[in-house]
Design a protein around this ligand. Structure first.
Ligand code: HGY
Ligand code: MN
Ligand code: MN
Length: 415
């Protein structure tokens, strides 16, 4: 086993330069980014990252759902892979996803600069549509890469703006030739901001992520009767806006009753015709329900089912629901989790184990190979918010832990 002990550190200035350069693509007021999946801004971001991959001499491949992978073809065997996503929500920050991709490039460049060649290839993945904000489900690209969804099914996904995923891939020039499922990496480790408050509150620099909680996304359509706001007596109304509000309050209170890791979010509500003096005919809203415990998550879903039936009866509206995403909790490979924990501490970092509240590409690649994640703190726990921030020292510390982890993974076997 080649020595991985030669102390090496990433070039923090170069890492920050790339993070700030990518943040300029789709930049919005407040310092954030809007690069919804497969938009022109996403294309521009992909083009920039691809140019950096080419500059590093990586072999760049694009697959049938646009996953872009840059591979440093040294050594032999399946690569050690890292990576994340560069698509953002509409009010995204600079670091969500981007940091993991760019730290992966920085790890490779640091090793190239030092003349250190690992025994295995190193790869950096840029997975398509991790956010799922435009095309549901989230983690779509890595799900297809891991064989959890067919390319055909993915291509036919329709966006919230009506576009078809396959058409958008072609339009932006990222409908690639590589087949899906993709090749299984030797191991996968994703570096990401925590997007929650835990590390900062605990004063801990590195999170050794043990897994990802279960996710249940639904689109709820409530059909009532459009009517005049001034003339329609309250007891004769079939008001979907009221029903949507009642459901929103119900899921919020359910999360309070369940406690623990239970979270429920109504993030999107559309009313039709959405006019001041018209009782709406239709409300369409989304439910994002998550828990680390699959059985508790199922109980939450069952309670929501029952409430919707009772609500439809009581308000004389028709309620139909469509699943947008449903992923069970994922537990990462203990051998990789403990490696992250050990290597983080070896660099003098404070480190703690923790589950991920957010979904990540790693939860999909975990279906293919030993996988784990590394977290760094999010200031005030903010994310999916233009004010998203992580201190540079934390970003660099996380990239150093990624460097050490990838080097060790490249020199070990799991058999
Ligand atoms: O939804 C999520 O947790 C991730 O940001 N896609
Ligand atoms: Mn992310
Ligand atoms: Mn995100």
């Amino acid at each position: 086993m080649r020595s991985t002990t030669q102390a090496l550190s990433v070039n923090g200035v170069r890492l920050m330069q790339r993070i700030m350069a990518l943040a300029e693509v789709g930049a919005i007021d407040g310092g954030g980014c809007n690069r919804l999946a497969l938009t022109d801004a996403d294309r521009d971001g992909r083009d920039l990252v691809r140019s950096w991959m080419v500059d590093l001499g990586l072999v760049v491949t694009v697959d049938a759902v646009g996953n872009m992978i840059g591979t440093w073809n040294v050594g032999s065997g399946a690569p050690v892979m890292t990576g994340s996503h560069i698509d953002t929500v509409r009010t995204g920050g600079k670091y969500d996803g981007n940091y993991g991709v760019l730290a992966g490039l920085e790890v490779i460049e640091t090793m190239q600069d030092a003349g250190i060649e690992p025994s295995r290839p190193l790869a950096v993945g840029v997975f398509t549509d991790e956010e799922g904000a435009r095309f549901a489900p989230d983690m779509l690209g890595s799900l297809v890469y891991a064989g959890g969804m067919s390319v055909e099914e993915a291509h036919d996904v329709i966006a919230i703006d009506g576009a078809r995923l396959g058409d958008e891939l072609e339009r932006i020039g990222y409908l690639g030739a590589m087949p899906c499922p993709g090749a299984a990496p030797h191991a996968f480790v994703e570096l990401h901001i925590e997007q929650g408050p835990l590390l900062e509150v605990n004063g801990v620099r590195i999170g050794a992520v043990t897994g990802v909680q279960g996710i249940s996304w639904q689109e709820v359509t409530i059909q009532g009767q459009s009517n005049h706001a001034g003339t329609t007596p309250m007891h004769l109304r079939r008001d979907p806006a009221y029903a949507a509000a009642a459901l929103t309050v119900f899921v919020r209170e359910l999360a309070g009753r369940f406690g623990g890791h239970q979270v429920c979010t109504v993030g999107k509500v559309d009313l039709h015709p959405n006019l001041t003096n018209v009782v709406p005919s239709r409300a369409v809203l989304t439910l994002d329900v998550r828990n680390t415990d699959e059985l508790v998550l199922q109980r939450a879903e069952a309670e929501i089912d029952a409430f919707c039936s009772e609500l439809a009866e009581r308000e004389n509206v028709a309620i139909t629901r469509r699943s947008l995403a449903r992923f069970e909790p994922v537990v990462f490979d203990e051998r990789v989790v403990s490696m992250v924990e050990r290597l983080a501490a070896a660099r003098g970092n404070t480190v703690q184990r923790m589950p991920s509240g957010a979904g990540h590409d790693a939860q999909m690649i975990a279906r293919m190979c030993p996988t784990a994640m590394i977290f760094v703190p999010s200031h005030k726990g903010l994310s999916h918010n233009v004010a998203e921030h992580t201190d540079e020292a934390d970003l660099v510390a996380g990239a150093d832990v990624l460097l050490d982890t990838m080097r060790e993974l490249a020199e070990m076997s799991f058999s």
